[in-house]
Design a protein around this ligand. Structure first.
Ligand SMILES: *[C@@H]1O[C@H](CO)[C@@H](O)[C@H](O)[C@H]1NC(C)=O
Ligand SMILES: *[C@@H]1O[C@H](CO)[C@@H](O)[C@H](O)[C@H]1NC(C)=O
Length: 211
């Protein structure tokens, strides 16, 4: 899934089909400076987060140019970090998190923190098909798809445009790819950088326990 490159080339891939994936652990460390973005991605399969720490567990990571006093506490971690990362990233082919989402509380004032995430790429479900629960083209937060975007393009978070097109294109298939752009969905808010967000489930077509 390409989320955040150019609006004209945005693609959204929803898939329930078999993918081969190597279950190796991937790691991402992002230093805690204002506005830094952590990006997780899988070339094949979908993200499954193992661990995530926002805080500091050793003195070496993200220490360049930082005064020693801000590196001394190596027992600092913000509760709930892994849940935040899982909620944002699990099941997706790519995701990004602005470090600022962790600024709501400070687990160790005066310590320079970082976000350390470990994850793997799991195969998507074999033999299942898609059922789209909902899809929206627009913008409803300040943190999704903001990488290298000017502030004025990501400010309006009241840009909502529920769209039936995704269900029409994807329901009953085991994979589908859609361009996420104004040509497909129209422009619900001119000047705002938009993204397509959808909720879907996968089910076995022969199963009587349909969602
Ligand atoms: C990041 O987390 C992993 C898993 O807990 C751990 O093995 C690794 O040492 C951590 N790295 C840093 C710099 O905290
Ligand atoms: C955001 O965009 C919507 C849709 O174009 C518009 O109705 C609304 O006034 C905009 N809000 C702000 C704060 O600009």
């Amino acid at each position: 899934m390409l989320c955040c490159t150019l609006s004209t080339t945005l693609l959204l891939a929803a898939t329930c089909s078999l993918m081969t994936a190597v279950l190796s652990t991937k790691r991402a460390i992002t230093c805690g400076s204002d506005g830094n973005v952590q990006r997780l991605s899988c070339d094949e399969g979908v993200i499954s987060v193992y661990t995530a720490l926002y805080g500091r567990a050793n003195a070496v990571a993200c220490s360049g140019g930082i005064p020693p006093a801000q590196l001394a506490n190596t027992h600092c971690s913000q509760a709930g970090t892994v849940d935040v990362v899982k909620k944002r990233c699990d099941g997706k082919e790519e995701c990004e998190l602005n470090i600022n989402v962790f600024y709501t509380s400070d687990p160790c004032f005066g310590t320079y923190k970082y976000l350390n995430t470990t994850y793997t790429c799991l195969p998507a479900n074999q033999g299942q098909v898609i059922s789209v629960n909902g899809a929206n083209y627009g913008r409803s937060d300040h943190t999704t798809c903001i990488y290298q975007r000017p502030l004025n393009q990501v400010q309006n978070i009241s840009c909502s445009s529920p769209t039936p097109q995704v269900a029409a294109s994807c329901n009953g298939k085991n994979g589908c790819t859609l361009a996420a752009n104004n040509a497909v969905f129209g422009d619900p808010c001119v000047g705002t950088y938009k993204y397509l967000e959808l909720a879907y489930t996968c089910y076995y077509p022969g199963n009587s326990l349909l969602p």
